[in-house]
Design a binder for this molecule. Structure first.
Ligand SMILES: *Cc1c(COP(=O)(O)O)cnc(C)c1O
Length: 421
């Protein structure tokens, strides 16, 4: 491999690649030649971002109302996040888990504080949501194998749940199309109807090792549960001696206007990822209390990259900014304003969600077409189903910015439904 002889500090990856001046079409053609097709053809090639705005390789500007799927909590190129990550990388980038670093310890302490974890609680760092779920799955198995002579073989998850794409997380995920091509998956997982108190009561007993619940089902279209459901899950799992795992990968870290959507109900384990690093890959599992925190013993789990200095520094900068800019209040207020504005549209049949995790249903099954029209009009949003649109903008988005999208919606919807016919 020859190196670009002119590359110096400050050289961009685009320059290193010799890609300057290349536009969407040519780059997407090259993408299709070299990248595995699991994502289909991407919509655009994005080259730059600032706040809630991103630009593609043709210079077109977009308002980003998806935030990398609930990831870019602070928007794009946030000054503090950029500076903390750059300075950490310039100081110490990676050390392996034979060592630790101040930022790793500080982040663990911070997360334990924010989650109101009791004494003896602990944190395990991973690099993604699915890895955080794998850790929780192993935790559940250890609990099942420890207790009652190995009789706790069952793990419960909810219908329509999404927990990730690796084998353990996939076993917890509901969608058959994701699962079936990869069977056999780790056994023992059963799915029960989401939000159904009677189904939960009937399923949770002494043979259950753990119950996995997203406090709001994100990929299912931003769907919560009847009031008291999480509390009931807590009560039933406690009585049965099963672990309660809240998957807050999408809902955590301020997304819903609270640090965690499950606030007020303490689980045995909580998984985090998406928004935690403000765009830098990091996942985490928090275990609550000493018993569950010692289930995975020395040598029983691990990762090379997990908890590295740069990722944990990114998360520290993200949490610090959410706190210092009082973003939780902003998220609650902005989310409320958006939901009200959406509810006022006659073709919107239902608006769901909390804070800045919002799902809304259209009268017609035109969501994918609407997403395409929105993109052409300069708005990045996403559909989770034929009639459902999801918004998960940066937590710094303003009500005025989202109003621009709401104002454009009637025309986008009209065009999308015309296209359907
Ligand atoms: C996105 C998501 C995951 C998987 O996270 P990845 O980082 O994509 O592996 C797991 N659980 C929930 C609730 C998610 O939304």
């Amino acid at each position: 491999m020859s190196q670009n002889p002119t590359a110096t500090a400050g050289t961009s990856a685009t320059e290193l690649a010799g890609f300057e001046g290349l536009h969407n079409q040519e780059l997407l053609g090259r993408y299709n030649q070299s990248l595995m097709g699991v994502f289909g053809t991407p919509q655009r090639v994005l080259v730059r971002g600032s706040g809630c705005t991103v630009w593609d390789a043709d210079g077109k500007e977009y308002l980003d109302l998806l935030g990398g799927i609930a990831v870019n909590a602070l928007g794009h190129a946030h000054p503090l996040l950029t500076s903390v990550v750059s300075s950490q990388l310039a100081t110490l980038g990676h050390v392996s888990n034979f060592f630790t670093s101040p930022s790793q310890i500080a982040l663990a302490e911070k997360l334990l504080g924010l989650s109101a974890a009791p004494a003896g609680s602990k944190v395990f760092f991973a690099n993604s949501g699915t890895e955080a779920l794998e850790a929780a799955f192993k935790l559940a198995r250890r609990h099942g194998n420890n207790d009652a002579g190995g009789k706790r073989g069952r793990i419960l998850a909810l219908e329509n749940a999404f927990h990730g794409r690796t084998m353990g997380a996939l076993a917890l995920t509901w969608k058959q199309a994701y699962r079936e091509p990869f069977e056999p998956l780790p056994g023992g997982v059963e799915h029960i109807p989401a939000g159904d108190a009677d189904a939960l009561r009937a399923a949770v007993d002494e043979t259950v090792a753990a119950v996995f619940i997203e406090p709001i089902q994100g990929e299912a279209g931003v769907r919560g549960y009847p009031a008291g459901y999480l509390e009931l899950a807590r009560e039933l799992t406690r009585e049965a001696g099963a672990l309660l795992v809240f998957d807050e990968v999408q809902t955590g870290v301020g997304r819903t206007g609270k640090w965690f959507a499950s606030e007020g109900v303490l689980p045995d384990a909580m998984t985090l990822a998406k928004g935690l690093g403000g765009g830098f890959p990091i996942g985490a599992m928090i275990t609550f209390g000493p018993d569950v925190s010692t289930l995975l013993g020395t040598g029983q789990h691990g990762t090379t990259f997990g908890g590295n200095p740069v990722a944990t520094a990114a998360a520290l900068a993200t949490l610090h900014t959410i706190e210092s800019q009082q973003l939780l209040v902003h998220v609650r207020q902005t989310g409320q304003a958006i939901r009200e504005a959406l509810s006022g549209l006659d073709f919107v049949t239902e608006v769901r969600g909390e804070g800045l995790l919002i799902g809304f249903d259209l009268a017609a099954e035109a969501a994918p077409a609407l997403v395409q029209r929105a993109l052409d009009a300069g708005f990045i949003v996403n559909s989770t189903g034929p009639a459902t649109v999801r918004l998960a903008p940066p937590l710094i988005v303003t009500a005025e910015q989202v109003q621009r999208f709401v104002d454009a919606l009637p025309e986008l919807y009209a065009a999308a439904t015309k296209e359907e016919k």
